[in-house]
Design a protein around this ligand. Structure first.
Ligand SMILES: NC(=O)c1ccc[n+]([C@@H]2O[C@H](COP(=O)([O-])OP(=O)(O)OC[C@H]3O[C@@H](n4cnc5c(N)ncnc54)[C@H](O)[C@@H]3O)[C@@H](O)[C@H]2O)c1
Length: 261
């Protein structure tokens, strides 16, 4: 792997596990120093230690992306400890698997606060040091659920559609600043959302089916390629966006062909 991003500093939110962890590892492999952000500090610290073992600088920072003061502080601490901010991957996200009839106003606020408001607050804070240096790469994590609807996921899909629209508009706001803004739309990955407790594979089990069988069946029926994507696949697209000057206002699917089937 060539060190295409040597000397760059990145923030990744929701980076204590899952996709965020895979994105951190790919950015570090490409040469980045990384601020590993999570609401769970212990998990962030473990991932930051792994980055240090890879020979890169890393800091673990606890931040809840729904809280403006914590988001502002995460950016300030990154600039203070790692010197600047070049790349931001806004990945933290949550899910509620419920029909609209079962969902409450609190469910809506919880999902939209993390997935949509969290992306807004992060982009608002991250763009400031990027504008000052005339360079930045903002990468928001949406979903295939930001492109098509799914039953039981109306709250989640609406938050992820919001991320795509927000990304396109912010890209236009920043188009003469040296900052690109793009979105990754992952397909299905065997992390917490699918394979964790109360994850999609569990909730969408057929009668008599184990979670593992449900997970295999969903890969087969949802993905034309027949297998799930990986956190590292998302990291590869993050590296691509981070190294591309003229790719902006895009929301690219990494979904084994799902959205074109
Ligand atoms: N797993 C999939 O199949 C899939 C598919 C499409 C999109 N995505 C998106 O990818 C992103 C990561 O998903 P994942 O599967 O890795 O999830 P995950 O549940 O495995 O990990 C999410 C991480 O985000 C952290 N987090 C949660 N709320 C936070 C908050 N308020 N502030 C800061 N950190 C917070 C959690 O502590 C956790 O470490 C999410 O935005 C999700 O919507 C996932």
């Amino acid at each position: 792997m060539s060190l295409q991003l040597e000397g760059k500093v990145a923030i990744v939110t929701g980076a204590g596990q899952g996709l965020g962890e895979g994105i951190v590892k790919r950015l570090a492999e490409a040469g980045c120093d990384v601020a590993v952000i999570d609401i769970n500090l212990e998990k962030a610290e473990k991932v930051a230690e792994d980055v240090k073992v890879m020979g890169r600088r890393a800091v673990a920072i606890q931040a809840d992306v729904t809280q403006w003061d914590q988001v502002q502080s995460m950016v300030d601490q990154t600039v203070e400890k790692l010197g600047k901010l070049d790349i931001a991957v806004n990945n933290a996200g949550v899910i509620k698997i419920k029909s609209v009839a079962e969902s409450t106003a609190e469910d809506w606020d919880f999902v939209h606060n993390v997935n949509a408001k969290g992306v807004f607050l992060c982009c608002k804070a991250e763009q400031e040091p990027m504008k000052k240096q005339g360079f930045g790469r903002i990468i928001n994590v949406s979903s295939i659920a930001g492109k098509v609807g799914f039953p039981d996921l109306s709250l989640y899909t609406s938050s992820k559609f919001a991320v795509v629209g927000f990304t396109f508009s912010l890209a236009k706001e920043l188009q003469r600043t040296g900052i690109t803004v793009n979105a990754i739309c992952p397909g299905i990955i065997g992390t917490g959302m699918w394979c964790g407790p109360n994850g999609l594979a569990d909730k969408w089990k057929n009668p008599g089916e184990t979670m593992d069988e449900s997970w295999k069946r969903h890969q087969d029926i949802l993905i034309p390629q027949g297998e799930a994507q990986t956190p590292e696949d998302m990291g590869d697209l993050a590296v691509y966006f981070a190294t591309s000057k003229h790719v902006t206002a895009q929301a690219i699917n990494v979904d084994g062909g799902f959205t074109s089937a």
